[in-house]
Design a protein around this ligand. Structure first.
Ligand SMILES: [Cu+2]
Length: 157
């Protein structure tokens, strides 16, 4: 897989999805504030069978630290958590085991940093589509979010 020039720009964005899970039982009467939320989700699609990158902001409203440990998708056979960084002026990326989201804070999958690398699509995927991705967290929580697919020159959802 090629290191990527496409992991470079930063992103304003709209709220696209807000899904949530709660790890603990809530009182039946009051809906609990969701512990984890996914916002600004999107995918940068690339032509020529290059892997696509998925980005999102993960907000942790909870009192406990959270850690993203992986993801899968019904639309791609391979989903890997990567991190890009600059090394001697060029962008390189490597697989990482997790991304921490501290309590009452947020962490971003964003161009130039952490991202989900999507490869081996199970069917043709193009800009305008929506891809479902399940984000797996330490402790067993799983969040599913819809990621809109944007063209190679997009800089956000
Ligand atoms: Cu990557």
């Amino acid at each position: 897989m090629k290191p990527a020039l496409f992991c470079a720009r930063v992103i304003p964005a709209l709220l696209v999805v807000a899904v949530s899970v709660t790890a603990t039982a809530a009182p039946a009467t009051a809906p609990a504030k969701p512990a984890l939320q996914i916002e600004h989700a999107w995918i940068r699609w690339l032509p020529a069978d290059l892997p696509a990158a998925a980005y999102a902001v993960i907000v942790n409203h909870g009192d406990a630290n959270a850690r993203l440990i992986g993801a899968d998708s019904p639309d791609y056979d391979m989903v890997m958590l990567h991190r890009s960084r600059l090394e001697q002026g060029s962008s390189v990326m490597q697989a990482v085991a997790g991304m921490d989201i501290p309590a009452h804070a947020e962490a971003a999958l964003a161009p130039g940093g952490y991202h989900l690398m999507l490869s081996e699509p199970r069917h043709a995927i193009k800009p305008g589509d929506t891809v479902k991705i399940n984000l797996h967290f330490a402790g067993g929580a799983v969040l599913q979010a819809d990621f809109p697919v944007r063209p190679a020159n997009a800089s956000g959802p």
